[in-house]
Write a protein that binds this ligand. Structure first.
Ligand SMILES: Cc1cc2nc3c(=O)[nH]c(=O)nc-3n(C[C@H](O)[C@H](O)[C@H](O)COP(=O)(O)O)c2cc1C
Length: 352
């Protein structure tokens, strides 16, 4: 298999295989393992403070001299309807009390969110070689600053319209995120009517219309899927769920177990946990919020309201509360080192 192409040239890597940024799961160890193996590791920093971002970059740099990406959430914080926030808070408070979980009520005015604008100076100063982003597009000014600094930019598209906008703004590589993908939808141009386009349709649609190399994201768990994405015109892949259960992941043993035991129909799209559509394993808190028929406050306001359950679930390994973001093929994940998972992907693709 011919691995060298425009993506490997732009990113200065050996294989056009990107470990997807996965906030809450990816660690500097995971990122470094994939970059050291010749792929591109991605360090997710969406919503983290500048101090934490700097610390994670240092930790990653200590483990690899190879290029890696830092991944941003390129959205702005919307206004929230305070009454909707309070109604949801009261509902989740009652949910917590019934299960003897602690829940601290917080007024909207006390919430603090960190945005990509507060992180960008660090990326410039650190001369980060690759910056990827999702949930939107960086400002023209930020794009120009990063490009002048020699940074390669990767944007996420879930429709042709988004891919065209990214290309028009000079973004170097486009990640086509199919509906199969785990975690949050990167959608940013379609309001609440999110596109639900599978990779089989999305890759050729974007490849044929947009003159930028495309990375395929969603359901890439083995060499067969990788080869299929290349046949459809992708110049690389971005695999997330394939790495969730790896040794370097911060997912707990029970998180990994539930991921592997999940069936295809257990994995659903929901916006009940964060206010943004995301794919993960269906659980009790998702169901209860659904049944409440309350309006879910927009991302990121719903996050502090559901965090009690995620923390308690994680601690107790309780699947009713734990939030496990996962792609449609996530049950194929393997509990091996990231290096082994990466090497298997390469070998399987070469063997076809
Ligand atoms: C647990 C998890 C967390 C994720 N977090 C991020 C993130 O922080 N930034 C991002 O751009 N994409 C994130 N994603 C989406 C991935 O970039 C990618 O689109 C997805 O994993 C591809 O589908 P797959 O999981 O089937 O491989 C996340 C996905 C998962 C499964």
């Amino acid at each position: 298999m011919q691995w060298k192409n425009t993506v490997t040239d732009l990113l200065r890597i050996d294989y056009p295989i990107v470990q997807a940024p996965m906030l809450g799961v990816s660690t500097p160890e995971m990122v470094a393992a994939v970059s050291n193996a010749g792929g591109l590791g991605s360090l997710p920093v969406g919503g983290l403070s500048a101090t934490v971002v700097a610390d994670l970059i240092q930790k990653t740099r200590a483990l690899t001299h190879k290029p890696f990406a830092v991944n941003l959430f390129a959205h702005s914080i919307p206004a929230v309807n305070e009454q909707e926030y309070l109604d949801m808070q009261e509902f989740l408070y009652q949910f917590a009390i019934k299960r003897q979980l602690s829940f601290t009520k917080q007024p909207v005015s006390s919430l603090q969110f960190f945005t990509w604008e507060e992180q960008i100076d660090i990326l410039i100063n650190e001369k980060i070689p690759v910056v990827s982003f999702t949930f939107g597009i960086l400002s023209d000014e930020a794009i120009a600053r990063l490009k002048n600094n020699g940074t390669i930019l990767i944007g996420t598209a879930t429709s042709l319209k988004e891919a065209q906008l990214l290309a028009d703004k000079g973004i170097d590589i486009i990640t086509a995120q199919g509906i199969e993908a785990g975690g949050h939808r990167g959608t940013f141009l379609h309001d609440d009517e999110i596109p639900v386009i599978g990779l089989m349709s999305l890759i050729p649609e974007i490849v044929d219309a947009v003159k930028k190399p495309v990375l395929a994201a969603g359901g890439i768990m083995d060499g067969k899927a990788l080869r299929a994405a290349f046949l459809l015109g992708a110049k690389g892949v971005q695999a997330g769920s394939a790495f969730i259960a790896c040794n370097e992941s911060s997912a707990s043993p029970s998180h990994k177990k539930q991921l592997i035991n999940a069936t295809d129909t257990d994995i659903i799209l929901t916006k009940n946990i964060t206010g943004r559509w995301a794919r993960g394993i269906r659980n009790e808190i998702m169901r209860q919020v659904e049944q409440s028929a309350l309006t879910v406050p927009p991302y990121p306001y719903q996050i502090p309201l559901t965090i009690f359950a995620r923390n308690a679930g994680q601690k107790a390994g309780n699947e009713d509360l734990m939030v496990i973001w996962a792609g449609q093929s996530a049950f194929k994940a393997k509990t091996k080192s990231a290096e082994e998972i990466f090497a298997t992907l390469v070998q399987e693709a070469e063997a076809i």
